[in-house]
Design a protein around this ligand. Structure first.
Ligand SMILES: Nc1nc2c(ncn2[C@@H]2O[C@H](COP(=O)(O)OP(=O)(O)O)[C@@H](O)[C@H]2O)c(=O)[nH]1
Ligand SMILES: [Mg+2]
Length: 436
């Protein structure tokens, strides 16, 4: 059970309770404690947090219009957000960034991700391969920079400081990111090498990369690196694969290290700016409208504004919407942004599979069939042809026609209901229409 699931279950037990007395709050807090300890949050932090939640939940009056269970979840939300600490943003300016971290923490991969992030924000980026320890570090970074489309600099058979000094002379990009060696632990050897690079490069940012699975050890590691070379921020990686992310984040907060990004996968765009309120919101299943609207906007068909409704709804429109939905990324992320964190995996997978099949069906249809799907009902041989052409069975073709019929009905209703349409449009444009 992950941290979010545990806490959501604890809070869900409050729903429907008419009176929330001390024993109910205590039981909830106990469940939350268990989840936090399992996420490797430091035990003292957990106790301090539980005391705070208990006190506030019982003493404070719920805000007007809020039920007791909403009151308790609001308190839990606020206190958890404080526990996870404040993040900070990476400035978008000309800068030198030095990436630090132990072996396998995800340093080189994050360099690719941060380079991609900065490029998307309009900066030119160069990277320097100054990890002289790991045999294939040079090639790994070179490969990543090709993928991202940023400038690579590396030299073999030199010291790290020599490579950095040469690289800084050669690279004329807005941002320069320096990869450095790792070790199993921060020893004198690594400290000396990092200090040399620090002296040569005078970086604006010294960012420590740590893996979420180290949990509360993140505190000690951040403190050690900060004492020896100094830190400006932290990236916690592998948040996707570890249940200990909450432990690592809260540990950074105690160490006074600000988390800039979290890594959520191996791919180049599996990186997110860290924001505690959003992070906790997602754990608790609170919808993230901002993320949702960004996704919707990014997925809009060319030339169409977010919130605009197409004039008429036919299979071509449906096809465009299907493709747009695919551009929003995996369904999982979309549901998460909607606050639906408990959608079963098989439902998600089936959904993706369906979308693939429907796309294939539509692309095997003729223009006239798309304009008038009734042609298929009238002439079943067309269904056979489409099934053969798209590699799905005939039932799927029929199912698609039914689904389309339902969508069209819904669309026609929405067209008639101007009030509802206006609210939807407002929500997509500014996130304000539904009272959020
Ligand atoms: N699941 C997951 N894997 C990651 C993430 N970041 C890096 N990795 C993987 O962690 C491994 C080590 O990464 P690498 O960048 O080579 O670590 P380095 O030794 O610190 O440079 C690689 O297999 C990466 O693909 C992440 O956010 N999530
Ligand atoms: Mg590396």
């Amino acid at each position: 059970m992950d941290l979010g699931e545990g806490i959501r279950k604890a809070i869900a037990k409050l729903t429907g309770k008419a009176v929330i007395d001390e024993s109910v709050v205590k039981a909830t807090v106990k469940d939350i404690q268990r989840s936090l300890l399992m996420a490797d949050v430091n035990i003292e932090l957990v106790y301090a947090l539980s005391k705070k939640i208990e006190e506030r939940a019982l003493k404070e009056r719920p805000a007007p219009g809020r039920g007791m269970n909403e009151h308790v979840s609001a308190v839990v939300y606020e206190e958890l957000t404080k526990l996870m600490g404040e993040g900070r943003k990476l400035e978008l300016k000309r800068q030198r960034i030095m990436m630090l971290g132990l072996f396998g923490s995800g340093k080189t991969t994050q360099i690719g991700k941060v380079a991609h992030y900065l490029k998307q924000k309009g900066l030119s980026v160069g990277v320097i391969a100054a990890d002289m320890m790991r045999p294939a570090a040079y090639e790994q970074l070179e490969q990543l920079s090709k993928q991202v489309g940023c400038t690579f600099f590396g030299m073999k058979g030199k010291t790290a400081a020599e490579v950095v000094s040469e690289g800084l002379k050669k690279l004329k990009t807005d941002a320069v990111i320096i990869d450095t060696s790792g070790r199993d632990a921060l020893d004198d050897d690594l400290t000396a090498e990092l200090k040399e690079i620090d002296n040569v490069a005078k970086p604006d940012e010294k960012i420590l990369v740590m893996s979420a699975d180290i949990g509360q050890v993140a505190r000690k590691q951040a403190e050690e690196f900060n004492n020896s070379v100094g830190l400006t921020g932290v990236i916690i990686t592998k948040m996707d694969g570890s249940g200990k992310g909450g432990g690592a984040l809260s540990a950074c907060s105690v160490a006074g290290a600000k988390v800039i990004f979290i890594g959520i996968g191996e791919k180049i765009d599996d990186i997110e700016e860290f924001n505690a309120a959003k992070f906790v919101g997602r754990l608790l299943g609170v919808p993230d409208f901002e993320a949702l609207i960004t996704k919707v906007k990014a997925a809009m068909p060319e030339g169409m504004e977010a919130g605009e409704m197409p004039e008429k709804f036919d299979i071509n429109t449906f096809y465009n919407q299907l493709k747009a939905a695919r551009r929003m990324g995996p369904l999982k992320g979309v549901f998460e942004a909607m606050g639906m964190v408990n959608v079963p995996k098989d439902v998600l997978e089936q959904g993706e599979e369906k979308m693939d099949k429907y796309e294939a069906v539509i692309s095997s249809m003729t223009k006239s069939e798309r304009a008038d799907p009734d042609l298929l009902r009238k002439n079943p041989s067309r269904i056979t042809r489409i099934a053969d052409g798209s590699g799905v069975d005939e039932n799927t073709v029929r199912e698609f026609i039914n689904q389309f019929g339902k969508m069209k009905k819904l669309y026609d209703q929405l067209q008639k209901n101007k009030g509802m349409q206006k609210r939807l449009e407002r929500m997509l444009k500014g996130g304000k229409g539904l009272g959020i």
